[in-house]
Design a protein around this ligand. Structure first.
Ligand code: GLN
Length: 543
């Protein structure tokens, strides 16, 4: 029988519940177990697709095209759990399904209620993730903080499942905060209250993970244990690391988190192979220099808006032996008569950037600034990586500044342009309905011979995920390529351009897909690796 672990959080949000759940998943995988990760989000949105990146951070896209919470990105970076629509459960989805069933008359005239109908729907979805024979452990992260009204149905579903599956098969892992007050004293009271709130929901945590400034001492752990009915050896610390979040699996391993969890679940402990995580940390410590990468985008205030991109750059740095310093540039600041040199070149605060990355995005604001950044990188021969919108920006720059079409644009930003170099496909225009016209999820790209992406992947055919609506306009293919732009990759039938490349440039590559979703600290994505490597070489060449 497979085992279930429910990870909840108390005291306050942003304690790193996602990282804790993922780190536990990573450790169980190191012990040879097959792990699945699930996120329950108490919000009423059906998915994260409609949520603003300013408010909620990036939308993480799965192979099957689900637009999910960014926590799934953590799962993908730490574990090998397959991730699809099934791994992200929101209140919106649950109610949507229950209301549909009610309209279809499937509840046979009964009153439809939170308990049992909503909770049964949640339980059914959680159990479905663990149904494959090869699954050993399902880790279910319940979003929000105990005590929130929204998360009550999810906690109630967890309570019922723990009871039905039995204590040998289901475990509650609760994350809390141990704050430090003036004088440096650590306070356990918020943790005691948080566990009480769990107990009021009918759930007795079996393991506590306490977020604290430093490793808790024996007496503090005993005190917490005494007040919470948790074994003293099951009270752990997630202390602040000054290295990287990817050290957390090792921090947990040193405290035997995985051993205690497996003991409680009655799983025989197998030998743990931590070599991948240890060698990742060796690479982290071996980095000697750093590169400055200019990220020119529009959602710059919130780090989470481009989370997977930033993480992928960090992973690439590990593989290239360099730290990556992020230079976040709001593209609207590059507009008007601002000289790009003052923000990206030698005159920029902190000095010139060694590479420019334009990430994905929607809407008109800041586009001209991105085009100016692309032109600057192209003409100054600075490595450039364009992701989704960032590739479309390369095409607009080529139209405007190489072919001399001043109005070259995407019809997303200027529907009336005479040079719509990026536009909707014919069949999308016919639909005249934006909902459902987005290209989402994984699809195939074939690279052309002698191109940089082909060299990076080492494979002609690759699969990557999409999330966009507009495409390279095929009517301009001839003029664009006659003027030298390389079309580096296509869909297998050749109908859509998936990648472009600048000629006579150290590394100027754009891709219509989102490679950042597949990068891991233990294996960097090949495009990010090559981009960071060329930025490193560019820096070396300059000095
Ligand atoms: N806004 C562009 C489109 O819809 C790019 C989207 C993106 O970068 N994810 O095609």
């Amino acid at each position: 029988m497979n085992k279930y672990i429910f990870v909840t959080g108390g005291v306050c949000s942003s304690l790193g519940k996602g990282v804790a759940a993922s780190s536990l998943g990573a450790l169980l995988e190191c012990r040879g177990l097959s792990v699945r990760m699930v996120k329950c989000d108490p919000y009423i949105n059906v998915d994260a697709g409609t949520m603003s990146p300013y408010q909620h951070g990036e939308v993480y896209v799965t192979d099957d095209g689900a637009e999910t919470d960014l926590d799934l990105g953590n799962y993908a970076r730490f574990t090998r759990s397959p991730l699809s629509r099934a791994n992200s459960i929101t209140t919106g989805q649950v109610y949507d399904a229950v209301i549909r069933k009610e309209r279809e008359g499937r509840y046979l005239g009964r009153t439809v209620q939170v308990i049992p109908h909503i909770t049964d729907e949640i339980k059914g979805r959680i159990l479905a993730v663990g149904k494959d024979a090869d699954v050993d452990v399902v880790i279910v992260e319940v979003g929000g903080t105990v005590g929130d009204i929204e998360s009550i149905p999810f906690l109630e579903a967890a309570r019922q499942l723990i009871h039905e599956l039995g204590p040998q098969n289901a475990l509650s892992v609760h994350l809390t905060l141990i704050p430090e007050v003036a004088g440096g004293e650590l306070k356990t009271k918020p943790t005691q209250h948080s566990v009480k709130a769990m107990q009021e929901q009918g759930i007795q945590p079996g393991v506590l993970i306490c977020r604290a400034p430093a490793l808790l001492d024996e007496s503090t752990r005993r005190k917490i244990a005494l007040f919470t009915n948790v074994d003293p050896d099951a009270v752990f610390t997630s202390y602040n690391v000054d290295t990287t979040i990817y050290e957390i699996p090792l921090v947990f391993f040193d405290q035997k988190v995985d051993q205690v969890v497996l003991r409680k679940l009655g799983v025989e402990s197998r030998h743990a192979d931590l070599s991948a995580w240890k060698s990742m940390m060796e690479k982290f410590r071996a980095r000697k220099s750093s590169v400055r990468i200019g990220i020119v985008g529009k959602y710059m205030e919130l780090h989470d808006s481009y989370k997977s991109v930033y993480e992928a750059l960090f992973h690439a740095g590990l593989e290239c032996g360099v730290g990556v310093e992020l230079v976040k540039v709001d593209s609207s600041k590059l507009e008007g008569d601002v000289d790009p040199d003052t923000l990206l070149g030698a005159e920029a605060p902190g000095g010139a950037v060694d590479g420019v990355l334009v990430p994905g995005g929607f809407g008109q604001r800041g586009i001209d600034g991105m085009v100016r950044a692309a032109r600057w990188a192209r003409e100054s021969k600075v490595p450039y990586f364009g992701i989704c919108l960032g590739m479309q920006i390369m095409v607009i720059d080529w139209g405007r500044n190489v072919l001399g079409w001043q109005d070259a644009d995407s019809t997303e930003f200027n529907p009336d342009t005479k040079h719509p170099v990026v536009s909707l496909l014919e069949e999308q225009i016919d639909v005249k309905n934006y909902g459902g016209t987005m290209r989402l999820g994984k699809s195939e790209t074939d690279f052309e011979p002698k191109t940089k992406p082909l060299a990076a992947y080492g494979e002609k055919t690759i699969w990557e995920r999409h999330r966009h609506r507009y495409e390279f306009a095929n009517v301009f293919r001839k003029e664009m390529t006659d003027a030298g732009l390389k079309l580096a990759g296509f869909t297998p039938d050749g109908s859509l351009v998936e990648s472009v490349e600048w000629p006579d440039h150290p590394w100027g590559v754009g891709v219509q897909f989102h490679p950042e979703f597949k990068s891991k600290p233990t294996s960097a994505h090949p495009l990010f690796r090559e981009f960071v490597a060329s930025s490193r070489d560019h820096k070396a060449g300059r000095s």
